[in-house]
Design a protein around this ligand. Structure first.
Ligand code: ADP
Ligand code: MG
Length: 500
C-alpha cells in the first residue's frame, strides 16, 4: 500500500530528521511506527501525508511512484493523517468539521444525506459522535473520532495516526483500538505511531522502529518482544524490571487535609483532597492530565494559594509558604514544567544547580558573596553522579536535551537530602533511558527512607513505583488504596471517573 525507498529529510536548519528510510506497509494491517521522541516519526508521517516534501528518496503508493506537493494530493491517493494535536475548528460542529474543505455545503440540500451517511459510517466502525455539537465542547476522545471520521469521509484507505493515545483515557484508548481493528477488517491500513511498547505489542501486526532518523528494524508481532523492541529503540539493553523491594513504611512525613484550591475564576479545581505519605513510601497519584494534578502540585510547591485545608510537612503547616521556605523545611520539588518552573534556561548549569540555595552555607564565600569555585565543584560532582551529559558546568541549561535538563532538576532537588519529594510528571517527554534513570532515582529515594509523592499521567509509571495509589478525577482524589489491591483495570476505570 505504501512504500518508501531511501527517504531522507533534512530540515532548513540542517537537522537530519530522516536518513535512508525504507518503510513499507501492506494492505489490511495495523503497522506500528515506534521510536523515541525526536526519532523522526512525525516527520515521516508528514511526508507520507503530503505536508512535507522529502529532501530525497521515493514514495510509492499502491505501487505507483508519487510526488505529492500538498495534503490534498495525499488525500487524493487515499492517505490521510490524524495529527498529534488536533486541527479542528473549535466553534464549528463535529459535522461542519468533517465536511469542511469538501465541496459539500453544510447548510445546503445535500447536508442531511451527508449527515446520515456519516452517522452510518461512524456506527459501522464504532466512532459515534454527537455531530451537531461544537467541537470545543467534545471530549478529547470524541474530537479524535471527529478527526478520524473526517479522513474516512474523504475515503482514505491508508490512515496515519500520530501518537493517538497520548491524550486519551484508558477506556477511550480501548475504544479507539476496537475501531481501528474494524477498519483493518474492512481492508484499510493503519499506521499507528507511538513511543509506547505496550501498545505496539498488544495491537500491531508488524512494527517498524526508528532511531535517530534511521530504521533500526522491521519485525512482525510474533517476533517482537518488549526487550527486542526496546533495544531497537534505544540502541542498548534496557533494564525493564525496576525492583521495588519490600519496605515497611516509617513515620508520616507529609500530610494534606481537606485541601481545596480555586482557579482564577473562583471555580474549585482541587476538591477536599486528603492524603498521607510516610517514610520509605511512594504515594502515586494517577489520572488523565487536567484533573487538578497541576494545581495540587503547585500548592504543595508553594506557588499556588490554598483556599481551604492544610498541607503539613513534618508537622509544620507549609500551605501558603514560598517554595524556598518549603525547601528549607526539607522538601525536594520536581515540577511538572521543568522548562518553565524547574530551570532558568538562559542560565548555565552552575547557576541552575544553586537556584534557591544561594544562601546555603556550603556555597558561602566571604560575607554575602557566593563561592563560585565551590559551586563549580559541586556541579561537576552532580554531573558525574547523575550521569548528566553536557559540555561542562558552564553550559547553558538550554543546550541540554530534555532528559539531561530533567536530571539537572532532579539532582538539584535530591542533593539537599530532603525528607519529602514531590515529583510531578517527572518523566514526561523523556526518552526510555532517561525515564528509566529518573524512576530508579525515585525508588532509591524510597529505599533511603524518604517520603515520595509521585504525580503522573503514565499509568505504567504509577504501577511500577507506587506503594499507595489514588486517582485524581475532576479535582477529587478517589479510590485511594494499597498498590497490591488495585489492578490496572480498576485504576483505568477510576481515571475515566467510573468507580469499580
Ligand atoms: N520544523 C523543524 N525544523 C527543524 N527540525 C525539526 C523540525 N521538526 C522536527 N525537527 C527535528 O527533527 C527530528 C525528528 O523530529 P520528529 O519527526 O518530530 O520526531 P518524533 O515525531 O519521532 O518525536 C528531531 O530532532 C526534531 O527536533
Ligand atoms: Mg512526533
Amino acid at each position: 500500500m505504501v512504500r518508501t525507498a531511501n527517504l531522507t529529510k533534512t530540515y532548513a536548519d540542517g537537522t537530519h530528521a530522516l536518513t535512508g528510510v525504507d518503510f513499507s506497509v501492506t494492505k489490511g494491517e495495523i503497522h506500528g511506527l515506534l521510536g523515541e521522541n525526536g526519532a523522526g516519526k512525525t516527520t515521516l508521517s508528514k511526508i507520507l501525508s503530503g505536508i512535507l516534501k522529502p529532501t530525497s528518496g521515493e514514495i510509492y503508493i499502491k505501487g505507483n511512484l508519487v510526488r505529492m506537493k500538498r495534503p490534498s494530493d495525499a488525500l487524493g491517493l487515499g492517505v490521510g493523517m490524524v495529527h498529534q494535536h488536533f486541527a479542528l475548528v473549535r466553534p464549528f460542529s463535529a459535522f461542519e468539521n468533517i465536511v469542511l474543505g469538501t465541496d459539500l455545503n453544510p447548510t445546503g440540500e445535500r447536508a442531511k444525506e451527508a449527515k446520515a451517511s456519516i452517522m452510518e459510517l461512524a456506527k459501522g466502525v464504532g466512532l459515534q459522535v454527537a455531530l451537531d455539537t461544537p467541537v470545543e465542547s467534545l471530549s478529547l476522545g470524541a474530537q479524535q473520532r471527529v478527526e478520524i471520521l473526517k479522513m474516512l469521509y474523504r475515503r482514505v484507505d491508508i490512515l496515519i495516526l500520530d501518537e493517538p493515545t497520548s491524550s486519551l483515557t484508558i477506556k477511550e484508548t480501548g475504544e479507539l483500538f476496537k475501531s481501528l481493528l474494524k477498519l483493518k477488517e474492512e481492508g484499510k491500513c493503519v499506521i499507528f505511531i507511538t513511543h509506547k511498547l505496550r501498545e505496539v505489542m498488544d495491537f500491531c501486526d508488524s512494527i517498524t522502529v526508528l532511531r535517530q532518523g534511521k530504521v533500526t528494524g522491521r519485525i512482525s508481532k510474533s517476533e517482537a518482544s518488549p526487550i527486542t523492541l526496546a533495544r531497537m529503540m534505544v540502541g542498548r539493553n534496557v533494564e525493564f524490571e525496576l525492583k521495588r523491594p519490600p519496605m515497611t513504611p516509617g513515620a508520616e512525613v507529609f500530610a494534606i487535609d481537606n485541601l481545596t484550591l480555586l482557579d482564577k475564576a473562583g471555580k474549585e479545581v482541587v476538591k477536599d483532597v486528603s492524603l498521607r505519605v510516610r517514610r520509605g513510601e511512594i504515594f502515586g497519584i494517577a489520572g488523565v492530565e487536567g484533573n487538578g494534578q497541576t494545581e495540587l502540585a503547585e500548592a504543595i510547591a508553594g506557588i499556588r494559594r490554598v483556599a481551604r485545608g492544610s498541607i503539613r510537612l513534618k508537622g509544620t503547616e507549609t500551605g501558603g509558604k514560598s517554595s524556598s521556605v518549603i525547601r528549607r523545611h526539607g522538601a525536594g520539588l520536581i515540577p511538572e514544567d521543568r522548562r518553565r518552573m524547574g530551570l532558568i534556561l538562559e542560565m548555565n548549569l552552575e547557576e541552575n544547580v544553586i537556584l534557591g540555595k544561594q544562601r546555603d552555607l556550603q556555597f558561602r564565600g566571604s560575607l554575602t558573596s557566593i563561592a563560585w569555585r565551590k559551586v563549580r565543584q559541586f556541579t561537576s560532582d552532580l554531573m558525574k553522579k547523575f550521569e548528566i551529559t553536557a559540555k561542562g558546568p558552564e553550559s547553558p541549561a538550554r543546550s541540554l536535551s530534555g532528559g539531561n535538563q530533567q536530571k539537572v532538576v532532579v539532582s538539584r532537588e535530591l542533593s539537599s537530602d530532603p525528607d519529602f519529594i514531590v515529583a510531578a510528571q517527572p518523566t514526561r517527554g523523556l526518552d526510555v533511558a532517561a525515564t528509566e534513570y529518573i524512576r530508579k532515582l525515585l525508588l532509591d529515594s524510597r529505599s533511603a527512607g524518604k517520603a515520595v509523592l509521585l504525580i503522573s499521567a503514565e499509568l505504567d509509571e504509577i504501577l511500577q513505583l507506587s506503594d499507595q495509589i489514588g486517582v485524581m478525577y475532576e479535582g477529587r482524589l478517589i479510590g485511594v488504596g494499597a498498590a497490591e489491591t488495585m489492578s490496572r483495570e480498576t485504576i483505568g476505570l477510576l481515571m475515566g471517573g467510573i468507580a469499580a
